[in-house]
Design a binder for this molecule. Structure first.
Ligand code: Z5A
Length: 222
């Protein structure tokens, strides 16, 4: 008999796109279906590295753009073996943000003197995450920054500015178009009602969750 493993599902999106709301609805759905699961959130602000990231995002500390990018990546590597072990034990893993956010946000930083010049090249941003456990499905919650702003407006964190969010949206679009074979990349209209979004997400991953996978956990961009 072939041993099966559980799927790794990543939920990505812009600020206020509903990731927190939808990852908990997806988790509730898995509970209802008696599917063992674990919900992770990146950045994981509880670790030593996560605390440095938290303080940077809240602008209580300053870090070089290269350094913060590498810290976000290190924060994922801290959990890489945990993710792989859970999947192999049959536990479906949901991640609220992952390496795609890492690239999209860092590659969207631009020079103050010229907003058309990126501070960090796209390929450089991708490099530290090469080899992380690869998700089997990425659900990208797409929403226009103007609509996201109506959900309470952008808060105080560093990247919560409309021009930045617009560049991030473009970067995510590119990442989705270049998604590897074997990764299901689903663009979900996050501007719809909560329940409609939740149903679309569940419909996209239900078969994966119910059937499981025989292929070993993949490696990102390898
Ligand atoms: N970042 C990075 O640079 N590099 C990396 O590698 C990683 C992250 C991993 C913090 O992320 C920052 O870190 C983030 C990217 C960067 N910067 N930005 N921007 P985070 O994930 O911790 O925080 P966040 O993106 O700011 O999440 P959020 O503000 O909590 O938004 P959300 O989780 O997507 O949305 P929500 O809390 O579920 O919903 C927002 C509001 O909308 C709330 O009032 C809901 O009740 C409402 N809502 C939700 N769904 C709906 C629908 N369908 N209709 C109407 N209203 C809704």
């Amino acid at each position: 008999m072939t041993t099966k493993r559980a799927p790794f599902i990543v939920v990505e999106g812009l600020d206020r796109s509903g990731k927190t709301t939808q990852t908990s609805l997806l988790q509730a759905r898995l509970e209802k279906e008696n599917v063992p699961n674990r919900l992770l959130k990146f950045p994981d602000r509880t670790t030593t590295i996560g605390k440095m990231i938290d303080s940077y995002l809240k602008s209580t500390s300053e870090l070089d753009d290269h350094v913060i990018h590498l810290l976000f990546s290190a924060n994922r590597w801290e959990l890489a073996s945990t993710i792989e072990n859970l999947l192999n034990e049959g536990v479906t893993v949901i991640a609220d943000r992952y390496a795609f956010s890492g690239i999209a946000f860092s590659a969207s930083k631009v020079e103050a003197s010229d907003a058309t010049v990126p501070k960090l090249p796209f390929e450089w941003c991708r490099a530290p995450d090469i080899g992380l456990p690869a998700p089997d499905a990425v659900l990208f919650l797409d929403i226009a920054p103007e609509q996201a702003r109506l959900r309470g407006g952008y808060g105080d964190e560093r990247y919560e500015k409309e021009e930045m969010q617009a560049r991030v949206r473009q970067a995510f679009k590119r990442i989705g178009e270049e998604a590897e074979e074997g990764t299901l990349w689903v663009v979900v209209d996050a501007g719809s009602e909560r329940d409609v979004v939740a149903e679309e997400m569940w419909g996209s991953v239900e078969a994966l969750v119910q059937r499981g996978l025989t292929a070993p956990v993949g490696r990102l961009w390898k």
